[in-house]
Design a protein around this ligand. Structure first.
Ligand SMILES: *Cc1c(COP(=O)(O)O)cnc(C)c1O
Length: 429
């Protein structure tokens, strides 16, 4: 399988190169040159993420130097359970928050970490994964890489501007993970990371790599839970389900649509956004108007210029085709609060603010057979959720373990001269 840039189909790469580069040289995003058709019979009744992943992803790895590693990558990254739970007649929830940082990003980050560690040049100095985070991504990447040989992680986050639990998820991994509290805001962190990547000598010396969510190595494994859940639903209920996907940068949505195109029994896909409504407006009007993001309660979805839209357009060919196959609906903060508040009584569930957008969209649908994608556990966002439900949110064991540990971080001014020595320091073997 070759991978092509969304900006220029003749700019191709192997899977390994697409993963190592992250973004194509011309600024486009890598997508599979074609989406292989996988037939229901190919799964032979396989159930669960690991067996389904091994079958579904095989053609995407064919001919690549990672091909032989695929079964191990699946065993390792797809071992967190993704239960499909019926909550009412006609509505089920796909829980993607049973990994170490209690959000769906754990699957993609762990898969990418495993892939990168197998692409390290023997005898080289290893790979340094540099990530700037406003909260969620950094935790998933740190958790995913902290025990992977040959990798080290440097996470930049804005000091005092992330939640206490998010900070624990960055600062408690030890050895291979260096958490850096930057005196500044998220934009300063991002600018600093960009400056480091732009310093060619530094980047080469420390083997700098990005684990950004636009990396195709994060999207491929995310297809697997959609395929597995839809196969399961079809087997149990006799019909193909629709998915409602809480969306920000649209990575999770693209993975769902790729799984559908490959033949997973998915009736339709509806995106739920927060008040950052760039995508719903684009689908409605055909005008692409990116804008600065506005802060909402579903903060991991605060994206005003979702970069993966180029992959959506590449998949369908253009807006007229796209609008016939995909719907997107925006949900404001008042509606998010309302859905969290009534969650326990109406559904018997405590929703996190991101999942609550999917719940709100479900309430607008008349037909049955919907799967709501639960992207995070409510205990991650307890400061939003607890006042609304008037009580504590039970903390899942993996998260409780992280919260109980002591964290350490280095503090720097947002200057490359302060970051450089930290990057140079090297990782423990
Ligand atoms: C990252 C994230 C999202 C948005 O996912 P995209 O792939 O960027 O659309 C939704 N919910 C949670 C909890 C997240 O961390």
């Amino acid at each position: 399988m070759r991978y092509v840039s969304t900006r220029n189909r003749s700019d191709t790469a192997t899977l390994s190169d697409a993963i190592l580069r992250g973004i194509a040289p011309n600024g486009g995003l890598y997508v599979p040159a074609h989406l292989p058709e996988v037939y229901l019979s190919d799964f032979g009744g396989a159930e669960g993420l690991v067996p389904v992943g091994r079958v579904l992803l095989e053609p995407f790895f064919a001919g690549d130097r990672l091909e032989a590693a695929l079964p191990d990558l699946c065993d390792d990254a797809l071992r967190y359970p993704a239960p499909l739970k019926q909550v009412t007649e006609g509505t089920s929830v796909l829980e993607l928050f049973h990994g170490p940082t209690a959000a769906f990003k754990d699957y993609g980050a762990r898969f990418l970490a495993g892939a990168l560690s197998r692409l390290i040049t023997p005898g080289g100095s290893g790979i340094t994964v540099l990530v700037a985070t406003s909260g969620d991504t950094g935790g998933a990447v740190a958790a995913a890489c902290h025990d992977v040989p040959g990798l080290r992680v440097v996470v930049l986050y804005p000091r005092g501007r992330i939640s206490a639990r998010q900070e624990k998820q960055l600062t408690t991994w030890g050895g291979r993970v260096t958490a850096v509290a930057v005196h500044g805001d998220f934009d300063d962190c991002q600018r600093l990371a960009k400056e480091a990547f732009a310093d060619d000598a530094l980047a080469a010396e420390v083997g700098l790599t990005s684990a950004n969510s636009i990396n195709v190595g994060r999207l491929l494994p995310q297809m697997v839970y959609y395929a597995d859940a839809s196969l399961h639903y079809l087997r149990e209920e006799g019909v193909a389900p629709g998915f409602i996907v809480p969306s920000g940068n649209l990575g999770n949505a693209v993975a769902c649509l790729w799984a559908q195109r490959c033949g997973a029994p998915i009736r339709e896909v509806v995106l739920a956004t927060n008040a950052n409504a760039t995508i719903p407006e684009f689908l409605a009007t055909g005008r692409w108007r990116p804008r600065p993001s506005v802060p909402t309660l579903a903060s991991a979805m605060d994206v005003g210029d979702p970069s993966n839209v180029t992959r959506l357009v590449a998949l369908y060919g253009g807006w007229p085709q796209l609008r016939r196959r995909l719907r997107a609906l925006a949900v404001d903060d008042a509606e998010i609060e309302r859905q969290i508040r009534r969650g326990p009584e109406r559904w018997g569930e405590i929703w996190d603010p991101h999942t609550a957008t999917a719940v709100a969209v479900r309430e607008r649908m008349e037909n049955p057979d919907w799967i709501l994608v639960a992207t995070a556990h409510a205990a991650k966002f307890e400061s939003v959720v607890e006042p609304l439900i008037g009580g504590p949110v039970p903390v899942p064991p993996a998260l409780a373990e992280v919260i109980a540990r002591d964290g350490t971080a280095e503090e720097i001014e947002p200057l490359l001269s302060e970051l450089r020595p930290i990057l140079r320091r090297g990782a423990p073997a």
